[in-house]
Design a protein around this ligand. Structure first.
Ligand code: URA
Length: 280
């Protein structure tokens, strides 16, 4: 018979270290799929979400939200997304964006995460890598990609002459989902204005989407990552700039499927060539 500590150890190893609620919640049923954008839309076209009292506020007002008002469960999802847009748009630098994210209470993941995981590397880099969401180690340190998959990513950078001083790294979701579960579509839409603004402010020449969720979030593609990878796509920024995106396999997937590393290698060679052509 297992002791309590053995059971707890088993849960911790499995990534289940955050008890949440007595009853399960189907968060996938909470997203309004009619509202989830299927195409990148420029800023001018983004007023399709009904203006809420929150959205109607001016940028300076939005810059100083009352966090407690958004943390209430009764706040409609549209108001959370509208607030995220206001707060993200009000940031004129990456540091201001980090501050806005830290003050934003509209994403439930913030309340189970230990730290905000904003970015690592060089914000002036010509290339930006975007993952899905932080894991346990990232959550503890507040730095993206520092666990086992991050160590593999560092080796992949080195293979094409890059390192953390020559790349900028972020995630679509800046808080760890409990137990490393996949972020829900609603969580992604709530965080979208922030990662889109982060890309816009960093203004890289190339983007690399690590894994299917990041590739879909950046390009609005619907195919799986095994079809998407290796083919250049485009990310349309809120202000209408087009940035080439290479979707590739997530390092965590490569750790479990090492036979697939050859495909990631091809993608990285492709990335290296395009980066060289853009920066030489
Ligand atoms: N996986 C991700 O997608 N992001 C991280 O930061 C770590 C692991």
């Amino acid at each position: 018979m297992s002791t309590l500590s053995e059971i707890l150890h088993f849960y911790a190893e499995a990534g289940v270290d955050t008890p949440l609620d007595e009853a399960p919640i189907d968060r996938f049923s909470q997203v309004d799929t009619k509202r989830a954008p299927t195409q990148p839309v420029p800023a001018a076209a983004r007023s399709t979400v009904a203006p809420s009292p929150v959205a109607a506020k001016s940028a300076p007002e939005a810059a100083g939200p009352a966090p407690s008002t958004l943390s209430k469960a009764s706040v409609p999802d549209d108001a959370k997304i509208a607030m995220a847009r206001q707060m993200a748009a009000s940031a004129n630098t990456l540091e201001e964006l980090r501050e806005q994210l830290a003050a934003f209470d509209g994403c439930n993941l913030k309340f189970t995460a230990k730290n905000l995981v904003f970015a690592d590397g060089n914000p002036q880099a010509a290339i930006m890598f975007i993952g899905e969401a932080p894991g346990r180690e990232e959550d503890l340190e507040g730095v993206p990609f520092i666990g086992r998959s991050g160590q593999l990513l560092d080796r992949m950078f080195a293979a094409i002459g890059l390192d953390r001083q020559s790349v900028y790294i972020a995630n679509t979701i800046p808080w760890r989902p409990p137990g490393n579960r996949t972020p829900t579509p609603l969580e992604t839409e709530i965080c979208r204005p922030f990662f889109e603004r982060q890309i816009e402010l960093a203004n890289p020449k190339l983007l690399v989407a690590l894994g299917g969720p990041a590739a879909k979030a950046l390009t609005n593609a619907t195919e799986g990552i095994l079809r998407l990878r290796g083919n250049w796509k485009t990310h349309l920024t809120v202000s209408g700039n087009q940035i080439p995106v290479m979707p590739t396999l997530h390092p965590a997937y490569l750790l479990r499927n090492s036979a697939q590393k050859r495909f990631a290698w091809r993608d990285f060679v492709n990335i290296k060539l395009r980066l060289r052509a853009l920066t030489d």
